[in-house]
Design a protein around this ligand. Structure first.
Ligand SMILES: [Zn+2]
Length: 103
């Protein structure tokens, strides 16, 4: 039993170290799974932590978790087979804004 706790502690320490920098700026933003975005790619609404992120691939082929504002958006994002939603999520923007190529 004890070694399990020790491993858990060691892991927690390593994780805490790795995430310390992130946490400083992300503090209190979200509690749930690691969606890469905080803005729904479909409508620009705030990502709802209770909605399970959808996994998708960016045009670089990187797998990311795409957060969304509601189950309905999550369902629509699931149906998107190209990288649009993932790219928008990484950019943390609505898809439309991405198309505009706003900088
Ligand atoms: Zn949405």
């Amino acid at each position: 039993m004890r070694f399990v706790l020790a491993i858990a502690l060691a892991f927690a320490t390593v994780s805490a170290f790795a995430e310390a920098a992130d946490k400083a700026s992300e503090k209190g933003k979200e509690m749930s799974a690691k969606a890469v975005n905080t803005v729904c790619p479909l409508d620009g609404a705030k990502v709802e932590a209770k909605v399970a992120p959808v996994s998708g691939k960016t045009k670089e082929g990187k797998e990311v978790s795409i957060g969304s504002c509601c189950a309905e958006c999550a369902g629509k994002i699931k149906e998107i087979t190209d990288s649009t939603a993932a790219d928008a999520a990484v950019a943390n923007k609505k898809m439309e804004e991405k198309v505009e190529k706003k900088k």
